[in-house]
Write a protein that binds this ligand. Structure first.
Ligand SMILES: [Zn+2]
Length: 425
């Protein structure tokens, strides 16, 4: 990078002129005229985002500031020379020589790094490019053998799935795909912890199903175990024991979950599996409502359930059981207790819950996941008690289960197969 600075010091002024006058050039030095610094406020101006993944570098989620998504580990040098010339904030551009992919449709290819610069072409999602320079806002790429510029936020390191990728959607562009609990929704008033936001991802492509699967990574709400919520909407007591005993009318709003035999927190593993499942479902054309994408989301079990009721076509809460026998996967089925099965909304939906649970177990079984007993266990859960869409708590293993990446991948395949089965029936 030292060489670059020297070359720049010599050629800086000329380069600005050259680029401004001549457009895309085969420049020999690492210099860049001033990029737009306001790209974040004009999200969408350079292209239509076609896919987002919060974990991929260079692919910020709508509404996030570019600064917050820029990799801090990147070595960035800026040009003091340039700053003097332009009297603008000095742009920072790193030399790169790497392959990147477009993650947008109609992404403008511009002759200089400015959203007002001449566009010499458009690129679509999946287009493979060689990037020779990078800044938070603009990337220099080779386009038709020339150096041109595209907005960095629409480039990613990994090739997007050729059929579809996730794109958060929301009425509020400043919030990306975040969705919160609407207090007008049925049963929302029973929730006590609901300041958090879920994230809705939409699949794209020819195989789009127009079905939203709520993927609820169990636990992960700090403070949730010290708050109580009503077990049943009608105030009747729980008919089975569980983490809260039968007969109770209130239960923990959301528990902290168990700890695996190897010391790993259940909440960490349910989150990892949820992310695996999200990607698989999106690839298969399902939209995904992710209840949680970090270690803490302030949404209790009722809030999560009501979000799913209103935004999803089914709800899958991912858990590992608190036994230590490596007994296998099962789902929590609706207790065969007349009073419970006749209580709304259970009465109208319990058979759908079972259909979903049975499908998921069949999917898991199909990929070779160990199944406990007949794949279900009766349990009076807050989730089930408030669900108005097919909804299950699935325990994919227990404290003794392997939770390696390979194991999560297998579980993800089984669950995704189960979702397909469910909607096919
Ligand atoms: Zn759990």
């Amino acid at each position: 990078m030292k060489k670059w600075k020297k070359a720049l010091a010599l050629a800086g002024g000329m380069a600005v002129l050259t680029a401004a006058l001549a457009g895309c050039q085969m420049k020999k030095y690492e210099e860049i005229p001033m990029p737009e610094t306001a790209a974040k406020s004009s999200y969408g101006a350079e292209g239509v985002p076609a896919g987002e993944d919060r974990e991929r570098k260079g692919s910020p989620v709508a509404g996030e500031t570019l600064a917050s998504t820029a990799s801090s580990s990147r070595e960035v040098e800026s040009s003091a020379v340039k700053a003097e010339i332009t009297r603008e904030p000095a742009p920072a551009m790193e030399a790169r020589d790497e392959t990147v992919y477009v993650n947008a449709t109609d992404l403008n290819v511009r002759v200089s790094p400015s959203s007002t610069a001449q566009s010499v072409g458009k690129l679509n999602r999946g287009a493979k490019l060689r990037r020779t320079g990078y800044s938070q806002s603009w990337s220099r790429i080779i386009y038709q053998d020339r150096e041109c510029y595209v907005a960095s936020q629409y480039l990613m390191d990994l090739a997007p799935d050729s059929r579809q990728t996730a794109a958060p959607t929301s009425a509020s562009s400043s919030q990306g795909g975040e969705v919160g609990l609407n207090s007008d929704w049925k049963y929302a008033g029973y929730s006590k912890i609901n300041s958090g936001k879920a994230i809705l991802y939409k699949a794209e492509g020819e195989n789009r199903r127009n079905k939203v699967v709520c993927v609820n990574a169990g636990h992960g709400t700090s403070g949730g175990s010290s708050v109580k919520t009503q077990c049943h909407p009608d105030g009747t007591p729980k008919v089975t024991g569980g983490s809260t005993a039968a007969g109770a009318t209130t239960a923990t709003a959301i528990s902290s979950g168990m700890t695996f035999a190897d010391g790993t927190q259940e909440a960490k593993v349910t989150l990892a599996l949820a992310k695996v499942l999200k990607d698989k479902l999106l690839a298969r054309g399902f939209d995904v409502l992710m209840i949680r994408e970090s270690d803490d989301v302030q949404l209790d079990n009722i809030a999560r359930t009501v979000l799913a009721n209103n935004l999803a076509d089914c709800h899958i809460a991912i858990h590992y059981d608190s036994t230590s026998k490596d007994k296998g996967a099962f789902y929590m089925s609706v207790p065969n207790v007349a009073s419970y099965r006749s209580m709304e909304p259970v009465a109208s939906h319990w058979q759908q819950h079972h259909a979903l649970g049975d499908s998921l177990i069949a999917g898991l079984k199909g990929v070779g996941v160990k199944i406990f007993s007949d794949g279900k266990m009766e349990m009076d859960l807050t989730q089930t008690s408030y669900s108005t869409v097919p909804s299950v708590d699935i325990e994919v293993g227990d404290k003794a289960s392997d939770h390696s990446a390979a194991s999560l991948d297998k579980l993800g395949n089984g669950l995704a197969d189960g979702v397909e089965l469910f909607f096919a029936n």
